[in-house]
Design a protein around this ligand. Structure first.
Ligand code: 5AD
Ligand code: SF4
Length: 447
């Protein structure tokens, strides 16, 4: 590769989960320290970072089509951008990317992106750079302070996974479970609030596996961290995602009933309603134990909204087993869900299992599942009509004078008001749609 002049503008395109969104923001902050600024809307950037997701095949394939598009656009306008591939595809398939896509200058894994500036220096000299090391905590130490963003911010508190569900690549791409230290998290949360955040969502692949020690050296779990964060003035809302049923403890459940700033919402994937399938997935819980856990959350916080993840067409899944999944959806009455067709991932045990399901069967099951999920979501929204709640204003709506924000139950609410972004407005939920609600603004609660 030829030496090139140092990039002045960048664009990060993040795919997949919220942890990638967080990583993308932090990469942007690193680049900003070097004077590299986000490319203006509609203009091509000098440096494009594809922050990739490896969770399903489609997500991984997108990377190559994106690289192709960037190369073609570069040829057309005579200005090829520097291309970096970050995220979980970089981690899992770094060597393959370098071999298959000569236009890529940098491959950097999710635990190594704090080294991006040095890698950029190499790339501008015309050398290609790869770093897929996994020194997770060192990464956080090396990152610059948080910068101003919108009213709702992400904060990664935990990374990695030790659960080894048989379909999932995460334990291989993000590595073993690690918890960031208490003090670092309090400091970062404080900085986010000073930069304008009103809501913080704590992130982790298994966020409820977070463990630490408080200032006095006492062991503490996610519930304790949430209680402490709730003491930060100016922080109005706390959320967390994603949890594993087996990492729940009494204190976190109790926090839902005791901490007013902790929102009444829980994302708790179950993946399937069939015990045989759950066993083959190595989930280490049953449908029944999951339902009992949900009951404990409902006892602590009766209005809690639940959401989940589902996989249809896991190897060997029969029609009766799929029915069990529909049944658990009916029993929980989720407020929202994410559902996916099973995708065999290289290196995972399930990819080698007998009984891989035909694509047409998966399509048909996914359609039926999504219909059922959609019906519950709509019912949940309809049952909210008439309630008064606070909405955090996040962005303008479609028409002048309209605003969009989230209810405590994470529903999208639009309303008319003279509010401003970052304000909390009390609204009456007036009309429900399948995916959002119309609210009537009553008063601005705080700024
Ligand atoms: N195929 C389909 N869905 C998957 N997920 C994880 N791995 C796979 C896979 N191989 C889903 C799970 C998980 C969510 C983040 O992605 O439902 O909870
Ligand atoms: Fe993947 Fe299971 Fe770990 Fe979630 S708990 S990241 S699905 S291995």
């Amino acid at each position: 590769m030829k030496p090139i002049s140092a990039p002045k503008t960048y664009r990060v395109k993040s795919f997949g989960c919220q942890m990638n969104v967080y990583d993308g923001e932090r990469m942007g902050e690193l680049l900003a320290e070097r004077g590299i600024t986000p490319a203006p809307e509609g203009e091509e950037a000098d440096l494009v970072i594809l922050n990739t997701c490896h969770i399903r095949e489609k997500a991984a394939e997108k990377v190559y089509s994106d690289i192709g598009r960037l190369v073609a656009a570069g040829k057309e306008n005579g200005k090829a951008p520097l291309i970096a591939v970050a995220g979980c595809v970089a981690q899992a398939e770094g060597e393959e990317i370098m071999a298959r896509a000569p236009a890529v200058s940098i491959v950097v894994g999710p635990q190594a992106y704090h080294r991006l500036p040095e890698m950029l220096d190499k790339a501008t000299k015309g050398e290609r750079a790869t770093d897929t090391d996994m020194p997770a905590i060192a990464k956080f130490d090396a990152l610059p302070a948080r910068r101003k963003r919108g009213p709702s911010a992400f904060l990664t508190v935990q990374e990695g996974c030790d659960k080894f569900c048989t379909y999932c690549v995460v334990p291989y791409t993000r590595g073993a479970e690690i918890s960031r230290p208490w003090r670092h998290l309090l400091d970062e949360a404080q900085k986010l609030v000073e930069a304008g955040a009103k809501e913080i969502t704590l992130l982790g692949q298994n966020v409820n596996a977070w463990r630490g020690e408080d200032d006095k050296g006492r062991p503490v779990g996610l519930g304790g961290l949430i209680r402490r964060l709730a003491g930060i003035d100016g922080l109005l809302r706390i959320r967390y995602t994603t949890s594993h049923p087996n990492d729940m403890d009494d204190d976190l459940i109790a926090a839902h009933g005791e901490v007013a700033k902790l929102m009444p919402y829980l994302h708790l994937p179950v993946q399937s309603g069939s015990d045989r399938v759950l066993k083959a997935m190595n989930r280490q819980h049953t449908a029944e134990s999951y339902l009992r856990l949900i009951e404990r959350f409902r006892a602590a916080r009766p209005d809690i909204a639940l959401s989940g993840d589902f996989i249809v067409g896991f190897p060997g899944e029969t029609e009766a087993e799929f029915q069990d999944t529909l049944n658990i959806v009916d029993q929980v009455r989720y407020a929202a869900c994410f559902s996916f067709k099973y995708s065999p991932r290289p290196g995972t045990p399930a990819a080698k299992m007998d009984g891989q399901i035909a694509p047409e069967v998966m399509d048909e099951r996914l359609q039926r599942l999504q219909q059922r999920i959609g019906a519950h979501q709509y019912a949940f929204n309809q049952a909210s009509v008439g309630k008064r709640c606070e909405v955090l204003v996040e962005r303008p709506g479609r028409h002048a004078g309209q605003w969009l924000g989230k209810s405590p139950w994470l529903q999208s609410v639009w309303f008319e008001s003279a509010a401003a972004i970052g304000e909390m407005v009390e609204v009456e939920l007036a009309e429900a749609g399948p995916n959002s609600l119309k609210g009537l603004a009553r008063q601005t609660v705080s700024v």
